[in-house]
Design a protein around this ligand. Structure first.
Ligand code: DHB
Length: 519
């Protein structure tokens, strides 16, 4: 009920306590200005129109981030085809630029990006969230959202005849005057508003706005997953209304999620299920720096032991099935049939690499069993050691509130909050306040929207995690992919061999998949 007091409270809170005072921004694409640019692809030249800095909400809180860049092949204005697509059928590639739960400006094509995002160490160095390196770039390591530049996914999309709609979004540090305005769920609300702008203008923008394919990496992967999972959910309505989002649908066709740092409220226990007993860790290095090696303190070791114990009941509560319909269970000690799913995921990764000609031997990878040139088993505890811990415990909800995720879960007036009962109870920070509200935590977790009657979850999913990535537990994306499979979604999930924390790799494979679902 959008006229209720709870909506009014939400709306003003969400705007940082202020009602909108400016002139309403038109959401009509007809008024949008463009320039014509050219992209070179081999010896072909591709002309396209660049519509940039389109504010996608009528009551913007922050015009730096609540804008979208839309790129359209010129051919569609001349009724020509590209890659079999027409001005009516071309899918829409929707790369977000969220990284590190930071605000992200809309990605540009054909000019150097004005901002290179660096993920600051959220607050201080004592805890676990990495000081991740800056901007993405093609297939490079995350953090920093959508890559731009030659051979980036957005450029390739344009070459393949896609409409590119690149949204910006607010993030954990966004501020207006003395209020924070980008705290959860602002990033996802903004992305939904951008989708709604596209749908509102579906007759005016070439392409098929019912074929929106979202793409993101890391925190942006989490946002892409959430966008795919939570389509049209009413939970977000007051927030969308407060910023003047178009009054239309926001479900999407497909979601591509690279190393999604998601399911934050269960990710701490997943991390300790994987890395408990591994006490030294190497954080992520800032560009040009070597990561420090640290050892868990005795307090952190106790936290690890505690959190590990929480994971089995979570896994069992999901009632996940394997691909043959058999229930996947976890025993109290973290063993059980669920682990077969993880083993299979790693095994498949190795076997794909072997098929692609990689020299994979037991000598090099002692945690693999290889028979007749095929990986047939994985020793999980050895594999987890080989991957190695990257974060202290808890990995996400820092007891001292020092992680990026604590800052993401803050409010207009409280910079950092806990979002798990465990860290709330074991808080060591001086400025302890109430835990983030359950409603906000839910609105940030894609798991809570799959098979939920109140959401229109996307049908097609491309989910990737790096075989060597330790930014979250392998269990997190694997559980997500399996849950989607159990709901009969079309899921392409793969662990990328020898890959760390990265996105938009294997562009040819990615576009083959996109073209297959879109045509
Ligand atoms: C990102 C990485 C992390 O390890 C994390 O905790 C949050 C975000 C990122 O790269 O976006």
């Amino acid at each position: 009920d959008l006229s209720s007091t709870s909506y009014k409270k939400n709306a003003s809170y969400y705007r940082g306590g202020n009602a909108y005072k400016g002139k309403k921004v038109s959401l009509n694409f007809k008024n949008a200005k463009y320039t014509v640019r050219t992209l070179t692809s081999g010896n072909k030249k591709i002309k396209y129109r660049a519509y940039e800095n389109i504010t996608y909400v009528s009551k913007p809180v922050d015009k730096k981030y609540q804008t979208m860049n839309i790129y359209i092949p010129e051919a569609y204005f001349k009724n020509k085809k590209i890659n079999g697509y027409t001005k009516n059928s071309a899918p829409v590639f929707f790369p977000n630029s969220v990284g590190g739960y930071m605000p992200g400006e809309a990605t540009t094509i054909g000019k150097s990006n004005s901002s290179t995002m660096t993920m600051p160490k959220s607050t201080k160095s004592s805890s676990s969230t990495p000081a991740a390196p800056g901007a993405g770039g093609t297939g490079t390591n995350a953090t920093g959202g959508a890559p731009s530049g030659a051979n980036s996914a957005p450029e390739k999309a344009l070459k393949e005849g896609y409409i590119v709609a690149a949204p910006g979004a607010r993030g954990r540090t966004t501020k207006q005057k003395s209020n924070y305005t980008g705290k959860a769920p602002a990033a996802i609300v903004d992305l939904k508003a951008a989708v709604r702008y596209l749908k509102l203008n579906s007759k005016k923008i070439p392409g098929n706005q019912n074929k929106i394919i979202s793409d993101g990496t890391s925190a942006g992967g989490a946002m892409s997953a959430l966008l795919g999972a939570s389509g049209n959910s009413k939970d977000y309505a007051p927030y969308l209304k407060a910023i003047g989002a178009a009054d239309t649908s926001d479900n999407i066709f497909a979601s591509m999620d690279f190393c999604p740092i998601m399911n934050l409220d269960n990710a701490d226990s997943a991390y300790e299920w994987e890395f408990n007993g591994i006490n030294s860790y190497q954080g992520m290095a800032m560009p040009g720096q070597t990561a420090e090696t640290s050892t868990l303190t005795s307090a952190q070791k106790k936290i690890s032991n505690d959190l590990k114990k929480e994971f089995p009941s979570y896994v069992n509560s999901l009632n996940l099935k394997d691909d043959n319909g058999k229930t996947l269970k976890m025993n109290k000690d973290g063993s059980g049939s669920f682990n077969n799913l993880i083993k299979k995921t790693v095994e498949n990764s190795a076997n794909t690499a072997i098929k692609n000609g990689k020299n994979i031997t037991e000598k090099k990878y002692p945690w693999l069993t290889i028979k007749n040139g095929k990986a047939t088993d994985v020793n999980l505890s050895k594999y987890f050691k080989a991957v190695g811990r990257m974060k202290a415990a808890p990995a996400f909800d820092g007891v001292d509130l020092s992680n990026a995720e604590n800052q993401e879960m803050g409010t207009a007036t409280v910079n950092k909050k806990h979002f798990t009962d465990y860290s709330q109870k074991n808080n060591t920070a001086k400025n302890k306040t109430a835990k983030a509200s359950d409603n906000i935590i839910k609105m940030m977790n894609p798991m809570d929207y799959i098979s939920n009657n109140n959401a229109d979850t996307a049908d097609h999913w491309y989910i990737r995690y790096g075989e060597k990535d330790a930014n979250t537990s392998i269990a997190v994306p694997t559980i997500f992919a399996q849950k989607l499979k159990n709901e009969n979604k079309d899921v392409n999930y793969h662990l990328e061999w020898n890959k760390g924390h990265a996105g938009d790799y294997n562009l040819n494979e990615m576009f083959t998949w996109m073209n297959k679902i879109a045509k």
